[in-house]
Design a protein around this ligand. Structure first.
Ligand SMILES: [Fe+2]
Length: 422
């Protein structure tokens, strides 16, 4: 007998739920309890904490609030695994997450199984507003999948043995992508932002609104490691006039001379990643750079960073699946852009810094309740990044997607694409 629309919807949501939850476990599978416990810096979280926190999100906002009779796995976990929700009460200090030797990784996995079992049993009964919260929880967990990988990379980079989490992916071609071409962008009034009609989007992506674009062009591909080396060899990190004042202070205070994870030896430049330390491939997009570095490079190149509106209007007709994204538990790695002079690699490979502040779109209203804290309260002092990276799970990113980081942060797969005025 054919299934009703609502039964098919439950099946699809339950499949999505199982797939997302399974990928998180697969990404964490190579980790020991010790690997999953330690925290390398305040910006990063232990893998064990990620595994538990995304589970707490489902337990709190779906099971506790919408499933009568649900009993919490451990009432103490709310204090440990609430990230930043003031409406949910006090919580463990973020920089202390790496001191949680208990619960063990095994206990956290048991917590996940407990919540999965309760949620999958309750799913057919869930109605609005629980179902949109479930979608939010799945996209939230996908964000943490990327963070889990980048946080482990940062942690392993602190180990002098520089262990590899994954086998090296097959080598990228060393063929350089060829010179940069400029692609003229749209001019005048354009519409950007989520219109609420094309599936899930985070609240900060909307509403749809008009933006005014002045004559401009975008680089057809991201900037490569080879181009970055030319910037370094031309004294890029030692020339104050290329840098924003805050950026120059950051370079001086932190003795920054190269992208994060790069090291120079007699054999030349190498970089550390989840496949260990390998020579820098000049053909691959440069990554692990701060906004300060991206901006200095753009100034050196006689160009600038794109605005969010320029980037998004250019990406509206490009398939988000066209770039290098995370497909299962694999080593994330940006790939060289070859074979085209039109806009390419807008999605995947590296998050592209824009020169736009992460501020609300016109007409933005944060959601009611605790989940209203998800995005809106972070709209201060951060810049927008677009397009996703090689560590972004496939299906997670779209043109309106707004990632955001502080201008000095660079442990994500962050890169750049140039823009210029015409
Ligand atoms: Fe979170």
């Amino acid at each position: 007998m054919a299934k009703s629309r609502s039964e098919a919807g439950h099946d699809s949501l339950s499949t999505q739920y199982r797939d997302v939850r399974a990928l998180t476990l697969a990404l964490a599978a190579p980790l020991s309890d010790a690997d999953a416990t330690v925290q390398s810096m305040a910006d990063a979280s232990p893998a064990k904490w990620h595994l538990a926190h995304v589970t707490w999100f489902f337990e709190t906002f779906i099971l506790r609030d919408h499933v009568p009779g649900y009993r919490a796995f451990d009432p103490g976990y709310a204090y440990l695994f609430n990230s930043y929700y003031e409406a949910e009460g006090p919580r463990h200090a973020r920089p202390m997450r790496g001191l949680l030797t208990r619960p063990s990784l095994e206990e956290v996995c048991a917590y996940r199984a407990h919540v999965d079992d309760a949620l999958l049993r309750a799913l057919p009964m869930l109605r609005a507003p629980a179902r949109p919260l479930l979608a939010l929880g799945l996209h939230h967990e996908q964000q943490h999948q990327e963070l889990l990988l980048t946080d482990i990379q940062h942690l392993f980079a602190q180990n002098p043995l520089e262990p590899a989490l994954f086998d090296a992916p097959s080598a990228s071609a060393l063929d350089l992508p060829g010179p940069l071409h400029w692609v003229e962008g749209r001019e005048g009034l354009v519409e950007i932002g989520d219109d609420g009609r094309h599936g899930f989007a985070f609240d900060c992506e909307g509403p749809r609104h008009r933006a005014l674009l002045h004559p401009h062009a975008l680089g057809h591909r991201p900037i490569t490691n080879g181009e970055w080396v030319a910037f370094m060899e031309d004294g890029g990190y030692a020339t104050a006039s290329l840098w924003l004042s805050d950026g120059w202070a950051w370079v001086q205070a932190n003795d920054v001379t190269a992208p994060l994870y790069w090291r120079r030896s007699d054999q030349g430049w190498s970089r550390f990643a989840l496949d260990g330390r390998h020579p820098v491939n000049p053909a691959e997009p440069v990554t692990h750079i701060s906004l300060f570095e991206a901006d200095a490079f753009a100034t050196w190149a006689g160009a600038r960073l794109p605005t969010e509106a320029e980037w998004e209007s250019a990406a509206l007709n490009i398939a988000p699946g066209s770039g290098t994204l995370l497909d299962g538990a694999m080593c994330p790695r940006p790939r060289p852009a070859t074979g085209t002079t039109g806009l390419t690699r807008m999605f995947g490979d590296v998050w592209e810094w824009t020169g736009s502040a992460y501020r609300p779109h016109p007409g933005f209203r944060a959601a009611k309740g605790a989940v209203g804290e998800y995005n809106g309260k972070f709209m201060s002092g951060q810049f927008v990044l677009k397009g996703g990276s090689c560590a972004t799970p496939r299906g997670h990113v779209r043109a309106s997607y707004r990632n955001f980081f502080y201008p000095h942060q660079r442990w994500q797969f962050t890169g750049l694409r140039l823009a210029k005025d015409l």
